[in-house]
Design a protein around this ligand. Structure first.
Ligand SMILES: Cc1ncc(COP(=O)(O)O)c(C=O)c1O
Length: 416
């Protein structure tokens, strides 16, 4: 890790805080399903001189001069993303996942159009229709959810709702759903009702890039993804689409939603895309899923209910309230005390409220980046259940905290 020597001299307060966070990441376990660790090369590019440049516009068509190197960087990023996902058009400028999704709505729809997306309390994302988000404020949102018994998406039900509501766009994608999506069926339904099909693969893009999950790009009109989850890339997002939608989406990103792109992050994206093209990334992606499935099986064997009975991807929802009578908020706090980060989460048909729901969401992308495998998932499963069951026993929690730290030391992150 590059020593922050200049920062140390210039601003000891911020230096000390960054160092503290570095230690937290090094010696605690990250189970938040949307987090991961970027490589040092990605972080170096993020802090490079590229951040000084304003480069509104696109390669070859910029508003300001001095773009000779910027254009090279952005073209590398576009070419590498196309190689990974096989998309005809790629825009690497979106600053993050929500602005990328905003650009899709702006580029393809009119305010007031109907959009069909996954219900937020059953796994969808804020930008797929929350009443306080631009999506819910400007568009008519209709939702599909999961089946009450299987806790999986029922595609016949999605079709029924689509036929009834005639959406202009259907969104397939989620923040908290552990099952594979049927892209072909989504395409068929979109064709049947004359809707655009948008996939938001923010959560699973790394698994698609690593060829563990099917690539939705051939089935969709447009695909968005953040670059900082299973992808373990820098913070940001990209948009992919068919060639014919490219001009409308380009205008929607710039000038529609944003002005100057962050070229330091675009360079970091380009570096990370190259990392994902390396054969080792496919091995990583496969291990992420293997680890999630091993952990889910371990937890289920200890009577901790995994929503839908398991996982096909990197994440799972745990019904801690139904299993152990602990709320999601209490579980999150107990695990944080022993050095494990998770997030409280609604489970489908949750009788509790969003700020103190019945579940927690956990995922394996970050711990797999550290090099952990199935053996460690068995250890971790036991640690999680012990923590939840002994959350009022300070001595036991102290003991577990040390075990977590020992595990982290065995799988170093940036201190290798
Ligand atoms: C499916 C999905 N889309 C979009 C986003 C938004 O990404 P960002 O936080 O970069 O705006 C997220 C992140 O939580 C997500 O899970």
């Amino acid at each position: 890790m590059t020593p922050l020597t200049t920062l140390q001299k210039q601003d000891p307060d911020i230096f000390a805080t960054i160092l503290a966070e570095q230690n937290r990441q090094e010696y605690e376990l990250e189970l938040i399903a949307s987090e991961n660790y970027a490589s040092e090369a990605v972080m170096e590019a993020t802090g490079s001189v590229l951040m000084n440049k304003y480069s509104e516009g696109y390669p070859g068509k910029r508003y300001y001069a001095g773009q000779v190197n910027i254009d090279v960087v952005e073209n590398f990023a576009i070419a590498r993303a196309k190689e990974i996902f096989g998309a005809e058009y790629v825009n690497v400028q979106p600053l993050s996942g929500s602005p990328a999704n905003l650009a899709i709505y702006l580029g393809l729809l009119q305010p007031g159009d109907t959009v069909l997306g996954m219900s937020l309390d059953q796994g969808g994302h804020l930008s797929h229709g929350h009443p306080l988000n631009f999506s819910g404020l400007l568009y008519k949102i209709v939702s599909y959810g999961v089946d009450k018994t299987t806790e999986m998406i029922d595609m016949d039900e999605v079709e029924r709702i689509a036929i009834e509501s005639r959406p202009r766009m259907i969104i397939a994608g989620f923040s908290a759903y552990s099952r594979d999506l049927d892209w072909k069926r989504f395409r068929d339904i979109a064709d049947k009702v004359g809707a655009y099909l948008m996939a938001d693969i923010s959560h699973i893009a790394g698994l698609v890039a690593g060829k563990v999950l099917e690539n939705p790009v051939p089935y969709c009109d447009v695909v968005t993804t953040t670059t900082h989850k299973t992808l373990r890339w820098p913070r940001g997002a990209i948009i992919m689409s068919r060639e014919n939608l490219g001009p409308a989406l380009a205008r929607a990103v710039f000038p529609g939603v944003q002005w100057g792109p962050h070229e330091n992050l675009i360079a970091a994206k380009a570096i990370a895309f190259r990392e994902a093209l390396d054969p080792s990334f496919a091995i990583y992606a496969k291990q992420v899923v293997k680890n999630a499935q091993t952990l889910a099986a371990n937890l289920a064997s200890q009577e901790l209910r995994v929503v839908s009975g398991g996982t096909d991807n990197h994440l799972m929802l745990l019904d801690v309230f139904g299993s152990f009578g602990i709320t999601g908020k209490e579980a999150e706090k107990a695990l944080e005390e022993v050095g494990i980060s998770t997030n409280k989460n609604m489970i489908p048909f949750d009788p509790r409220k969003p700020l103190d729901p019945s579940g927690i969401r956990i995922g394996t992308p970050a711990i797999t980046t550290r090099g952990m495998g199935e053996n460690e998932m068995e250890i971790l499963g036991n640690i999680i259940v012990r923590t939840l069951k002994s959350r009022e026993d300070q001595n036991e929690l102290e003991k577990i905290k040390q075990e977590v730290k020992n595990l982290c030391v065995k799988f170093p992150l940036y201190t290798k």
